[in-house]
Design a protein around this ligand. Structure first.
Ligand code: GDP
Ligand code: MG
Length: 163
């Protein structure tokens, strides 16, 4: 069985773009079991030859829920609990938001190891976002562009110990 890696982050940071890039043509394994896994997509990822099962979550995208437990839908909790590693994605162009910090607090209390990926980092627009992201406490962030494919080698290095 392939190791599980979960993609976590607030809406619009590029989680699904990252998922699609990692899964490539093998996309489309959509798990539409009712309830807990409603929005969960997973598929076999290949990153420079490294193979793992990747889970794209949308558990923080429930805008109706005001509290963190409300937003943290069950599928996200389950995805993180069942993963060897969580990739926490933030938007380097937007910089840190309160929701990023809230998710970070929750992830720090989870047992799953976390690598921090600063997406939308192509060009110079993400430079301050990358610097800010050190404050989240997950160590060196990985500057990345899910759209352009920048940062694949650094993501490979970060994931390698967990697969
Ligand atoms: P999700 O809500 O976290 O799953 O985010 P999506 O993958 O749906 O992407 C949200 C938006 O960000 C889309 O308009 C993407 O085209 C854009 N996006 C994703 N990755 C990148 C990137 O690396 N650079 C830039 N500039 N935009 C990106
Ligand atoms: Mg998405």
């Amino acid at each position: 069985m392939l190791p599980n890696i979960a993609i976590i982050g607030r809406p619009n940071v590029g989680k699904s773009t990252l998922f699609n890039r990692l899964v490539g043509k093998k996309l489309a394994l959509v798990d539409d079991m009712p309830g807990v896994t409603r929005d969960r997509r997973e598929g076999a990822a290949n990153l420079l030859g490294l193979e793992f099962n990747i889970v794209d979550t949308a558990g923080y995208e429930d805008e109706d829920a005001k509290s963190l437990p409300g937003r943290m839908r069950k599928q996200t909790e389950m995805a993180v609990a069942g993963a060897e590693l969580a990739i926490f994605v933030i938007d380097g162009r937007a910089g840190l938001t309160p929701l990023d910090e809230e998710i970070a607090r929750w992830l720090r209390s989870a047992k799953t190891p976390v690598v921090l990926l600063v997406n939308k980092a192509e060009g110079k627009a993400a430079e301050s976002g990358i610097l800010e992201s050190y404050a989240l406490g997950f160590g060196d962030p990985i500057p990345f562009s899910a759209e352009h494919g920048d940062g694949m080698a650094d993501l490979f290095q970060a994931i390698l110990p967990y697969v």
